[in-house]
Design a protein around this ligand. Sequence first.
Ligand code: GLN
Length: 250
Amino acid sequence: MQHNKIRVCWMYHNIMDLYGDKGNMMVLSKRCEKRGIECEIVPLEIGQEMDLTEFDLLFLGGGADREQVLLMEDLLKRKEQIAKAMEQGTFVVLICGGYQLFGQYYIAADGTKIEGLKFFDYYTEAGSNYQRCIGNIAISAQLDDFTTTIIGFENHGGQTRNVSKPFGKVLSGYGNNQSDHMEGFYNGQVLGTYMHGPLFPKNPEVADFVIYKCLKKQNPELKYTDLTRLDDSLEQQAREVMLKRMNITV
Ligand code: GLN
């Protein structure tokens, strides 16, 4: 492998971090370390100068309505750079509140309209009856070439609609909204999901898939199966407990 390093920008790490989103960064770095891949995680805060085109991964966690309002002005200023980074093949992972902000808009629970980055057609509105989607969730999703079951935890008032490319089909829980039974958004480069969980610790396959996508930016020939396999027996046991709890057999 020519390039054995990934650079990650952990966007708004100090305010967008709900239900263990931070665990995603910890697992990403640990799984790289175990394989001898250098993983540099650079935290980004509001107002900080940063060239977002220098990264292999942009990661943005979830946040409450208040935090989303707080950061939006800063995020909008970075729109061109994010677009450029995506053009250059940077992979993007967005959780919940972060996912919402890449769409057209988010109407928060108190009616405040937050304009999104408008990269995608989906939009989000807080449920009219203030009913939130809370609880464990499992979906069946396609990670490019393979289908897998992904487990997480969701807690959002926002109902996301008009999603052209949903990430997966809901097996248990809510997902994008209370009626579609579809979850998240994935277009091969941007993965938006309501699954905190945290996502990577509960789904080592997803963590590895993201590592692979980052490395692939530098090594276009790389395949997911080229990554050294790690012992995930403990993670598998944890997954089985959660699947059983949700009455899911895979
Ligand atoms: N504030 C948003 C909502 O309630 C996002 C919440 C989150 O990131 N968990 O829909």
